[in-house]
Write a protein that binds this ligand. Structure first.
Ligand SMILES: Cc1cc2nc3c(=O)[nH]c(=O)nc-3n(C[C@H](O)[C@H](O)[C@H](O)COP(=O)(O)OP(=O)(O)OC[C@H]3O[C@@H](n4cnc5c(N)ncnc54)[C@H](O)[C@@H]3O)c2cc1C
Length: 517
């Protein structure tokens, strides 16, 4: 296993379960990839360095089947799942109880509550099969066999059309008031879909309904605890983890994988390499192009990364002073004034413009899990997307160069903080310390976050499902080089902490071994 991110560790668990000898080589000093936490921002504060909320983990069988609760993992939930302040002190709030969510939406716009409950009922019928389908290797035959009759019972083609509708239009079609539309659109904004693009609707519904049904849970003690549980499980069964071990080459002999070499010159012989590595690094760098099928090499010429990211962590001396703060604190808070503003901002990012009014995803971590910082304080973060370094054409506010050096990152963090301050006057007075991770800092802490890309490649439809990461792989983990499997978020089903790409790679390796025998 190359890389100890969540996909790599899920794969390692499945392989030791099948009786394989497993060695996990991780470049960084700490395992976890983008599922890590640290204490470097301020004394007694835990900050999740990258990802923070895990609805996909608790919905994905690749992770739930591992029963990580038996290895030290405990999930915590914020009092409310998600909030979105808008207008003059109003809030759209997603609660874990669908009737509470519906009542809040209805109070803001009569009729939207009933539509919300109808959407929940549709999800009850199709959601589980849809999630299974999206997290299975392609083609998802078994989940598909469950999904088709479920769709037929819930409106058939009309439901399929709705799911295919871009999220901005879908929100308008379903709801009359802005609150529910903001929930759907904000959740689609977790991936890099322009809100008027196909695929954004199904993703917005998926994330929103996961929030409604399983919540946005966090591991007690920090994201690192999810990683620790994955590591504890596989190492207790015999897997070996070596950190500070960057793999620099996959060795190929007689047309198949023979081993790997690390930066310190050490070689390890093996018949199978599962790479929890970005496709851009695996194909052509760790494995020379001459060893790869020509169609994979050609496909990679058109491979698209997702945008860059700027993430800011704050240690706050008190809770965020939101205007008209909801009674029950949401773990996640989205910041955008309207769907129109969000649409414009995301379109700017995808066309190489640094947005003037970035759409922020923020996390109130102590509100979600009281162990994250001393009582009465808040461990808080926000992140947003920006064009990839090197692809920035201009800054809408004319102050960022787009090289994303220290000054660019700090100026942009000021812009993000000003957006929070506008919704939470007095925020700046509570700041004990702030840490800014621009695209380059993110990549330095995890090589898979190329230019700050969080999803291992764009999530847009032309690079999803059967096209991920390249059409030649048909949505499968096998790379075409015998013994080499792509196990990272660059593989189907893409970014997020669901472990499915790792599970798919492990199953493919096990299957090929069985055939050879
Ligand atoms: C800022 C941020 C916020 C996010 N928020 C969320 C969230 O809230 N919820 C969610 O579900 N998802 C979130 N994501 C996305 C999610 O974290 C990733 O999609 C997920 O971690 C991908 O898992 P992975 O195992 O494929 O890769 P990674 O987690 O990136 O792990 C890859 C590992 O491989 C190692 N590696 C790479 N190359 C080599 C090499 N040559 N040799 C040895 N080791 C190597 C890396 O050091 C790293 O440890 C977020 C991501 C970021 C960056």
């Amino acid at each position: 296993m190359v890389g100890a991110g969540p996909n790599g560790l899920v794969a390692a668990n499945l392989l030791v379960d099948a009786g394989w000898r497993v060695l996990v080589l991780e470049a960084q000093a700490t395992p976890g990839g983008a599922v890590r936490s640290d204490r470097e921002v301020y004394p007694d504060f835990v900050h999740d360095t990258f990802s923070a909320f895990y609805p996909l983990a608790v919905a994905s069988r690749a992770i739930t089947d591992l029963r990580l609760e038996e290895h030290g993992l405990t999930w915590e939930h914020a009092p409310a799942v998600l909030g979105h302040p808008f207008g003059d002190g109003q809030w759209a709030v997603l609660h874990r109880d669908r009737h509470d969510t519906a009542a809040g939406l209805d109070a803001l716009h009569a009729g939207d509550g009933d539509t919300w409950l109808e959407l929940c009922r549709t999800w009850d019928r199709i959601g589980p099969a849809l999630v299974d389908g999206l997290t299975s290797p392609f083609p998802p035959v078994r989940a598909g066999a469950r999904l088709v009759p479920a769709l037929a019972r819930t409106g058939g083609l009309d439901t399929v059309r709705r799911l295919a509708t871009p999220v901005a239009s879908l929100g308008r079609e379903l709801f009359s008031g802005p609150a529910a539309q903001l929930l759907l659109n904000g959740n689609a904004g977790h991936a890099d879909f322009p809100l008027a693009s196909p695929g954004s609707g199904v993703f917005g519904v998926l994330m929103t309904m996961l929030g409604q049904t399983v919540g946005f849970p966090v591991p007690r003690g920090g994201a690192q605890q999810l990683t620790e549980a994955l590591v504890a499980r596989c190492t207790s069964l015999g897997a070996e983890l070596v950190t500070d071990a960057e793999v620099t080459a996959v060795e190929v002999r007689d047309g198949r994988v023979a081993g790997v070499r690390t930066r310190d010159g050490q070689s390890y012989a093996t018949r199978a390499v599962l790479a929890d590595v970005s496709a851009t690094h695996l194909f052509g760098r760790l494995v020379a192009e001459e060893h790869l099928p020509a169609r994979v090499v050609r496909g990679m010429r058109h491979f698209e990364l997702d945008p860059g990211t700027v993430k800011v962590d704050w240690a706050l001396s008190g809770p965020v002073p939101w205007t008209n703060r909801p009674d029950r604190a949401p773990g996640t808070v989205h910041i955008a004034d309207s769907v129109e503003e969000m649409t414009e901002t995301l379109a700017q990012v995808s066309s190489g413009v640094v947005p003037h009014r970035p759409f922020l995803l923020t996390g109130q971590m102590t509100s979600s899990d009281p162990t994250r910082s001393p009582a009465g304080t808040e461990s808080f973060w926000a992140y947003t997307h920006v064009p990839q370094p090197g692809e920035t054409r201009r800054d809408a506010a004319d102050e960022i160069t787009g090289a994303w050096g220290h000054d660019d990152a700090q100026r942009f963090a000021d812009r993000m903080q000003a957006r929070i301050e506008a919704r939470a006057p007095g925020f700046g007075d509570l700041v004990l310390e702030r840490r800014v991770l621009g695209p380059h800092e993110l990549e330095a802490r995890n090589a898979n976050l190329v230019g700050g890309a969080v999803n291992g490649g764009t999530s847009q439809l032309h690079q999803e499902l059967v096209f991920r990461p390249v059409p030649a792989m048909r949505g499968r983990a096998s790379t075409g080089l015998p013994g080499l499997y792509l196990a990272s978020a660059s593989a189907h089903p893409g970014g997020g902490v669901h472990g499915a790409a790792g599970a798919n790679a492990a199953r493919a390796a096990l299957w090929h071994r069985r055939i050879r025998r």
